[in-house]
Design a protein around this ligand. Structure first.
Ligand code: ADP
Length: 192
């Protein structure tokens, strides 16, 4: 199967998916927050927060893995807490040329590596940093898709990645990034 056929866009609340691992768009404290972080903590139950208290936070651009606690009953085994960057960047900068681009790419890479090390067959990502952290959505979609595709072309696990969007508008933004990938990926290669 081609790497691109291992990526699927879904519109859903990420806590309702039946996958082996989900990624949380966490903050550096790892002690919960709003948005998808709040939804995951509510669904996983208070044991998740107790466990996270022992982790001593996580720097931006990195990720830590925990059990899924109450979410295990629907088959989710792991939660990967990735800390995306707050967007302070300049959108006129080319893709890949802001610190935020690098940190977001690192989140995807770290999460995929953890899922691979834990032999996860299926993994779902939310649109990291595109909510409260205000990362521009089309830019984030290109980074997410580009890095996931690159990782899958070198690794057999995870077999399947779900890009979980909270609404259809966000799903369309990801779809557009995928549909126009040849243009912007070629430009990126030319830039070296
Ligand atoms: P960040 O602080 O990294 O920006 P947010 O949680 O504010 O994180 O938003 C990240 C993305 O997750 C946004 O696109 C938001 O719409 C989406 N989101 C919020 N709640 C959920 C949920 N329950 N399932 C999936 N996606 C969600």
């Amino acid at each position: 199967m081609q790497p691109i056929d291992r990526i699927e866009i879904v519109t859903a609340d990420i806590t309702t998916l039946r996958v082996e691992a989900i990624v949380n768009a966490a903050n550096e404290s790892l002690l919960g927050g709003g948005g998808v972080d709040g939804a995951i903590h509510r669904a996983a139950g208070p044991d998740l927060l107790e466990h996270c208290k022992t982790l001593e936070g996580c720097p931006t651009g990195l990720a830590k893995i925990t059990p899924a606690f109450a979410l295990k009953k629907q088959g989710i085994q792991h939660i990967i807490h990735a800390v995306g960057p707050v967007w302070h960047g300049d959108e006129s900068q080319k893709l890949g040329y802001t610190l935020e681009d690098t940190l977001l790419a690192s989140c995807y890479h770290q999460s995929l590596t953890l899922a691979n090390q834990h032999a996860c067959k299926s993994l779902a990502f939310p649109n990291i940093s595109t909510g409260i952290y205000h990362f521009p959505k089309p830019r984030a979609a290109k980074i997410a898709f580009g890095h996931i595709l690159g990782f899958l072309s070198k690794h057999d696990l995870p077999e399947k990645i779900f890009l979980c969007c909270f609404n259809n508008t966000d799903a369309l933004i990801i779809q557009q990034a995928i549909d126009t990938r040849e243009d912007w990926m070629m430009n990126r290669k030319r830039m070296g």
